[in-house]
Design a protein around this ligand. Structure first.
Ligand code: SF4
Length: 327
């Protein structure tokens, strides 16, 4: 056997042991080329043992653009001229009609996402969101409802829990210590972490991840993977940057498929039991490598389009999931 020593050391994850931040960094810095497939193989073994079910979800962008925040990657920030379609919060009936269509494709996890910094008080717009949650739960009881509204007050987090929200998506996006530099300085990472803690207090599960390819380094990627481990969230969302013209990261060199595979594998080795979902960038940035990446650690994918870009046909993605199960 001629497997890289850093990978051999990480086999302990299969026995339930923890990969340290330093060990993860050694893999990040020392494993390259043909050794990467050994790392992918281990990540997939860990996924198969601890998170064997592949899943899928779909989202709706229920309020688009005009956001006051300056997240450097985001097409919806009013700070950048990105030319996307903008609209106010969709009425509950329109969301329900979309959710019905999603359910008809066989997807039973539905993400409701709004642009904006978040909700610090239950104003009229937040009440409309609660009404929408109520309508979805009443009309489509088999659908699991996931919400992403940004930063919340404790009161708003409690209301979402009381209205039966199953999961909340709040991405840390990158190394928390470099959030202001790499992501945004109009809000703080502490506000985000506090929101996750509020939701945990009221029993709402969390999906928390980030974006790869923003110009971050390997320390940043490992720091993000360790930060979500420390938060002990239930799911981890991983996106590969799809650079949007007009945003500050439009010219950042794209993440290579090899670096994406290594990153995904490290997220799995650091978070062996979690649902890890490959979201934006799968079809667009990673193209032909999307199946390899799905075998590098993720256990779920997002299908049917993203916030401001379209995706593949849902049927094609569900077929991919079926076929991945053989590995
Ligand atoms: S990521 Fe959210 S908070 Fe940041 S600019 Fe985009 S919509 Fe606004």
């Amino acid at each position: 056997m001629n497997i890289h020593q850093n990978i051999l050391n990480a086999y302990k994850v299969l026995d339930g042991e923890t990969l340290t931040r330093l060990e993860a960094l050694q893999i990040a810095k020392n494993v390259h080329g043909a050794d990467l497939l050994d790392l992918v193989s281990l990540a997939n073994k860990v996924r198969s043992k601890f998170a064997p079910e592949f899943g899928a979800c779909s989202i709706i962008n229920a309020k688009s653009g005009r956001c006051s925040q300056n997240c450097r990657f985001c097409a919806q920030s009013a700070h950048y001229d990105t030319g996307i379609e903008t609209y106010e919060l969709l009425p509950p009936e329109k969301v329900l009609a979309n959710a019905r269509e999603v359910l008809a494709t066989g997807i039973t996890t539905y993400g409701y996402v709004t642009s904006g910094c978040g909700y610090l008080e239950p104003d009229a717009e937040f009440r409309q969101i609660l009404d929408t949650v109520d309508l979805l739960r009443r009309e489509l009881p088999e659908m699991k409802i996931c919400i992403a509204l940004g930063i919340l007050s404790r009161e708003c987090a409690k209301l979402l829990a009381e209205h039966g929200v199953w999961r909340y998506n709040m991405n840390l996006q990158t190394n928390p210590a470099r959030y202001a530099e790499l992501i945004a300085d109009t809000h703080s990472i502490d506000d985000k972490i506090r929101t996750i803690r509020y939701l945990q207090e009221f029993g709402v599960t969390n999906c928390t991840g980030g974006i790869l390819g923003l110009g971050e380094n390997w320390e940043d990627r490992v720091a993000l993977a360790c930060a979500v481990r420390e938060l002990d969230v239930e799911g981890i969302t991983l996106n590969v940057l799809l650079p949007v013209p007009g945003t500050p990261v439009a010219g950042v060199p794209p993440l290579s498929p090899a670096d994406a595979a290594k990153s995904f594998a490290l997220f799995r080795l650091i978070n062996p039991r979690k649902m890890i979902k490959f979201c934006a960038g799968r079809e667009t940035t990673m193209k032909d490598f999307q199946a390899l990446l799905m075998l590098s650690g993720p256990s779920a994918l997002m299908t049917g389009g993203y916030l401001t870009t379209r995706g593949r046909q849902v049927a094609d993605d569900l077929k991919l999931i079926d076929e991945l199960a053989a590995f």
